[in-house]
Design a protein around this ligand. Structure first.
Ligand code: AMP
Ligand code: MG
Length: 404
């Protein structure tokens, strides 16, 4: 058995960020920039008003109240036909460019407009620059907007749109194929024959991939048959950036996955000092990473979180690879026996009003008991030799669920 850290490092050492390619801005949410982005435009592009009101010469308002001659109206999206001089004002709407000669805006609430007379009474004195948004206050040409490695989210994409960037060089989102193996598995809803069970891993793994922001591809269910297994792995490695299989990585007599992958790939078969998810295989078919996840349903999901997700995040160009852990208080004992392994217990609970997590061990901790995994809001990490009693703090991995 090797340690969790050694197994993780082994996997991470053998994958690299995908080469950046141009992506349309509309498709770039969740991608990681492959290069620095430098602004070529100015934002705002021109001096404009932050308020509806009247553009004025600030010094004219020194003796407020004052009456000024209104020279016209300028709306957002147009430019004033003329400028203004001392003694004059221009009606102006939020976002409209400042007329030539004006250096301040008086908000409409502090004015009285006499449309018939073509005048406005300004009630207050304002300083130069009042309510004026200067050109380039947000972005100037040559500014480094976002550095390579930035994970693009709503604000970033808004800024890029504001400077007219239509495409960015980003690490492509990995496409990940998922297959299940085993003669006992049924996936078409028919009544089960003796010895059969339904395939649950494939849908769970496809969903984990989608929740992690990767493109998941269903490669189907494969019999315990060498030729069929070889065909689906070669197909998956050919059209995906990574392949996840579940089942066939332990010591069973019909584990043809091992036979096939040793022939067509460069694999390492590992026993890791963790529970669940002790058996694991990782390697390459050609350049394509292959993750041989254990067959037991809880194990396959935990193995995904601990090994596959971090590696796929590295391929996607991300810098934070592992789940962020936090500390939680045990509502009651997490009792475990010593077996030389770190246990990942399925626990329920969550943060209290002050943000402090409180957790309780769920019933049904077997690696075949998927319901506890489904109900778990976190995995508690309990190292060998640790006796976590009620009130003790333990490290947890909060699990992302759509509800949280
Ligand atoms: P294996 O590693 O193939 O020996 O599988 C270990 C255990 O996981 C066995 O009880 C399998 O029946 C079960 N198993 C394997 N694949 C799946 C799957 N796709 N869905 C549900 N259970 C599975
Ligand atoms: Mg099997």
């Amino acid at each position: 058995m090797i340690s969790l850290d050694e197994a993780r490092q082994h996997v991470l050492d053998r994958v690299a960020p995908a080469v950046p390619v141009a992506a349309a801005l509309e498709q770039a949410a969740g991608l990681v920039l492959g290069v620095d982005v430098v602004a070529e435009e100015t934002v705002p592009p021109f001096d404009n008003t932050a308020m509806d009101g009247f553009a004025v010469v600030a010094s004219d308002t020194d003796g407020a109240p004052v009456v000024l001659e209104v020279m016209g109206t300028v709306a957002a999206g147009s430019a004033a036909d003329s400028g203004i001089a001392s003694g004059q004002a221009m009606r102006i709407m939020t976002g409209a460019p400042m007329p030539r000669g004006a250096d301040a805006v008086v908000m409409v609430e502090r004015t009285s407009y006499d449309e018939d007379e073509g005048t406005v009474e300004v009630e207050i004195s304002v300083p130069p620059g009042n309510h004026v948004r200067g050109a380039g206050e947000d972005v100037r040409p040559g500014d480094l907007l976002f550095a390579a490695g930035t994970l693009l989210s709503a604000g970033h994409l808004g800024v890029l749109a504001s400077v007219g960037v239509a495409r960015v060089d980003a690490h492509p989102r990995p496409t990940v194929g998922v297959l299940s193996t085993g003669d006992e598995l049924v996936d078409d809803g028919r009544p089960l024959l003796p010895g059969e069970i339904r395939d649950s891993n494939r849908l769970a793994l496809l969903t984990l991939l989608a929740e992690s922001g990767f493109d998941a591809v269903d490669l189907g269910l494969v019999r315990d048959d060498e030729a069929a297994i070889e065909e689906v792995f070669l197909d998956g490695a050919g059209r995906c950036d990574a392949v996840l299989s579940s089942g066939g990585v332990s010591m069973g007599a019909f584990d043809y996955v091992k036979v096939v992958l040793d022939r067509i790939g460069d694999m390492r078969w590992i026993q890791i000092a963790i529970k669940p998810a002790k058996p694991f295989a990782f390697g390459l078919i050609g350049d394509t990473p292959v993750f041989g996840l254990p067959g037991n349903p809880v194990s396959s999901m935990v193995s995904y979180e601990l090994f596959a997700r971090p590696a796929l995040r590295k391929i996607a160009g991300m810098s934070t690879l592992h789940h962020l852990t936090r500390l939680a208080i045990c509502a009651d004992s997490l009792g475990r026996h010593d077996d030389g392994k770190t246990h990942f217990l399925r626990v329920e609970g969550g943060p209290d009003e002050s943000g402090r997590w409180h957790i309780r061990k769920l019933g049904g901790q077997g690696s075949h008991q998927l319901t506890a995994m489904a109900r778990a809001t976190a995995l508690a990490i309990v190292p060998d030799g640790v006796e976590a009693a009620a009130g003790d703090e333990v490290e947890i991995i909060p699990l992302s669920t759509l509800a949280q």
